[in-house]
Structure formats: structure tokens, C-alpha cells
Design a protein around this ligand. Structure first.
Ligand code: ADP
Length: 226
């Protein structure tokens, strides 16, 4: 089964939605499997946090301009994400890839990978205004600095990697570099969108459409050479 690529600004609510999607899909798989001996699909959630990738790998602000395109740490991070997806992706495995996924060439590469194993891919965009996402990051920076001032050690910060902030320049840069998904392209479609204010009902509606596209009636047969 398919690859679900989550994308959005940093601190826009991607992990929150990815976890909600994980619970929703677990329920759907359970229902779809009722009466069978083995689950119809296996479900995986892959993110920077599950792979222990730090926010700092995206930070170009410390690099001189001419070496930015060769940012090795981000490339290494992408290689480990790619490896983790490739290891599990199959027609029986639903992979939720929670991450920035902000480069269109990268989403294209992931789309090709799912085609190679003849399984669909789709994109879930988390729509969130810049100011709101920025506010979340600044609040996290404030908490981290307060923690540091109160003498809480690094172990505490590491234990809470999910809530780790991006440095200001890193955050700004990522928003600037973000390449908006385009549903007219093969690799960004089908494209589903959730915004911050979407309530539970709307969220379930979008998740249900997503399930239909990747596992239900609307699912297309994937041929590797298309
Ligand atoms: P990201 O994965 O994009 O960095 P998170 O999912 O960690 O973002 O969300 C950042 C913060 O915003 C979290 O504290 C989370 O509780 C809150 N949050 C995220 N989405 C929503 C939402 N739709 N409504 C209210 N709060 C949200």
C-alpha cells in the first residue's frame, strides 16, 4: 500500500495531523481486516523524530552562501529518510512520512519510489499561516531558553525532541525555501489539505477521502512505467 507524504511549514502542525491520521488509519485497517486472520495492511509512521534527525540539519545560516547547495547534513538526513521509507514500502504497507518534505524534486523522488513498488502515493499538505507557525516556534524557543536558564540539562531537551524549536534563521529560511505542492503535477497528486482550524468532522472527511484514494474504491492501478 501507499506512501502518504505530509508537507507544510516548520511548526505548522504536521506531526499533530500525522498522529491523528495514524489513529484514523489504524481504525480503518482494523475494520477492513475484520474476520481475516492477518491485518490487511501494516501501518508505519516515519519522521525526523523517529529517525533521530535533529532540526539543525536544515540550518544553512551557519554555512557560507557558496557551500549551501552542498549542505551535507541535510543530504545525509534525506538519505536516511529515503532508506527508512524504502525498507518498508510495499503494496501491503501504508507509510505516513511526517516531515517538511518541502523540495519538489524530493517529493518527485518519493513518488517514483512508490511507483517502483507499484503502490500509490499522495500528499497531505498542512496549511497554516506563517504568523501562527512562527508563533509556535517562538513559544518553543522561549520555553527552551527558560529551561536552559533554569539549569535543565541537555537530556531533558533531547527527551522532548518532538517539541524542539528551530533557530530563528533556520525557521525563516525553511519557509522561504518551501516549494508549495502543485496538484497539477503527478508527484503532488492526489493532494489533500488540512488547515489549522479544521475541526474533527472536517479532518475525518479529508482522512476518509485519502483512504479512498489509496486503499478504497478510488484507488488507481499503478504501473511502474507510467
Ligand atoms: P510540526 O510537526 O509542523 O513541527 P506540531 O504538530 O509539532 O508541528 O505542532 C506544533 C504545535 O501546535 C503543537 O504544540 C500542537 O499541539 C499545536 N497544534 C498543531 N496543530 C494544531 C491544530 N490544528 N489546532 C491547535 N493546535 C495545534
Amino acid at each position: 500500500m501507499p506512501l502518504i507524504i505530509v508537507t507544510g511549514f516548520p511548526t505548522s502542525g504536521k506531526s499533530t495531523r500525522a498522529k491523528q491520521l495514524y489513529s484514523y488509519l489504524s481504525e480503518r485497517i482494523e475494520t477492513a481486516t475484520a474476520g481475516a486472520t492477518a491485518p490487511k495492511y501494516r501501518l508505519h509512521l516515519i519522521s525526523d523524530q523517529t529517525l533521530s534527525i535533529s532540526r539543525t540539519v536544515y540550518d544553512l545560516s551557519a554555512l557560507p552562501a557558496h557551500t549551501r547547495s552542498a549542505n551535507a547534513s541535510e543530504k545525509d538526513a534525506r538519505a536516511s529518510i529515503y532508506g527508512a521509507v524504502k525498507r518498508v514500502l510495499s503494496d501491503k504497507d501504508i507509510v505516513i512520512l511526517d516531515g517538511l518534505n518541502y523540495i519538489k524534486g524530493w517529493r518527485y523522488q518519493l513518488h517514483c519510489e512508490s511507483k517502483a513498488v507499484r503502490t500509490p502515493s499522495c500528499v497531505l499538505q498542512i496549511g497554516c499561516g506563517k504568523e501562527r507557525a512562527q508563533g509556535v516556534n517562538e513559544e518553543r524557543l522561549r520555553k527552551r531558553d527558560e529551561g536552559a536558564a533554569a539549569g535543565l540539562g541537555e537530556e531533558k531537551a533531547e527527551a522532548n525532541e518532538d517539541e524542539a524549536p528551530y533557530e530563528l534563521g533556520n525557521w525563516e529560511n525553511l519557509v522561504f525555501r518551501f516549494e508549495e505542492p502543485n496538484p497539477m503535477t503527478r508527484w503532488d497528486s492526489p493532494l489533500f489539505t488540512l488547515i489549522w482550524d479544521d475541526d474533527e468532522e472536517q479532518t475525518r472527511k479529508v482522512f476518509s477521502e485519502l483512504w479512498d484514494a489509496v486503499a478504497g474504491e478510488a484507488r488507481k492501478v499503478v504501473k511502474p512505467n507510467q
